[in-house]
Design a protein around this ligand. Structure first.
Ligand SMILES: C[S@@+](CC[C@H](N)C(=O)[O-])C[C@H]1O[C@@H](n2cnc3c(N)ncnc32)[C@H](O)[C@@H]1O
Length: 232
């Protein structure tokens, strides 16, 4: 079993920078993989990988990679892809490292935030990200868009799957809100609502991607899921 190193890609002063962990609370992390199996997240990962269109030998950066499940879906589909998982959560990265060495797959891991990616300008073929952007605040999301545009090569692609929708959906009805403001769309919360109203498409467009668009939509039992893609 090979040991996988985790590179510290955090900037100076980021050691205490807060982040929202996978299950919302650090101590719930051991349940993360169990929960996502129950929620059938693997099917979302596989759909995202198919839409990304990753080819043999290409470099892939998985932003907000957590315990590595989207990275492993990439490696199952394209075993010789060169995949790096990037996440601020050291415990989740350690789980990803253990899983990768148990499976004997090649996976690089970087501890860091979405708004500071390590690759050089124009050096990455694909960025993928799953269920992570809703964990990132406005400044971090803007920084992610900027960094995604910087590290992708011309023609490189970013493919993001997360809770979200192009609009506020069927519950967006002021007449029935009885003065309590807008009703919450099924399954959404204060974090996932960041991705409503085409917010992921907008953040990529604002970063300079010309063709950002929703390429798939899934009505998941835990809420609406959007898959957004753009080409550098
Ligand atoms: C719900 S988990 C998704 C993990 C994995 N992508 C998957 O699909 O199973 C959200 C992940 O976003 C990460 N995250 C939180 N804040 C972040 C930030 N500022 N930059 C990058 N990742 C972040 C969390 O540590 C967590 O691993």
């Amino acid at each position: 079993m090979t040991t996988i190193q985790i590179i510290d890609g955090r900037a100076e002063g980021e050691q205490d920078r807060p982040f929202l962990p996978g299950m919302g609370r650090t101590w719930l992390l051991p349940l993360y993989d169990l929960f996502t199996r129950f929620a059938r997240v693997r099917a979302l990962h596989e759909r995202t990988v198919r839409l990304a269109g990753i080819e043999s030998g290409q470099t892939v950066l998985d932003v907000g990679s957590g315990t590595g499940n989207l990275s492993f879906s990439v490696l199952r589909a394209v075993p010789d892809a060169v995949v790096t998982g990037h996440d601020p959560d050291a415990s989740a990265l350690r789980m990803a490292a253990r899983k990768a060495s148990r499976r004997g797959v090649r996976l690089s891991l970087v501890q860091g935030y979405a708004d500071r990616l390590l690759p050089e300008d124009g050096s990455v073929d694909h960025i993928v990200s799953s269920l992570a952007l809703h964990h990132v605040d406005d400044a971090g999301r803007e920084g992610f868009g900027r960094e995604a545009y910087r590290v992708l090569r011309p023609g490189g692609r970013v493919t993001i799957v997360d809770f979200g929708a192009p609009d506020h959906g069927p519950d967006h009805d002021h007449n029935h809100s009885h003065g309590h403001g807008r009703r919450r769309r099924h399954g959404m919360n204060a974090y996932t609502e960041r991705n409503l109203d085409n917010a992921i498409v907008s953040l990529l467009t604002d970063a300079g991607f010309a063709d950002a668009r929703e390429v798939d939509h899934i009505e998941h039992r835990f809420g609406p899921i959007t898959i957004v893609q753009a080409t550098r």
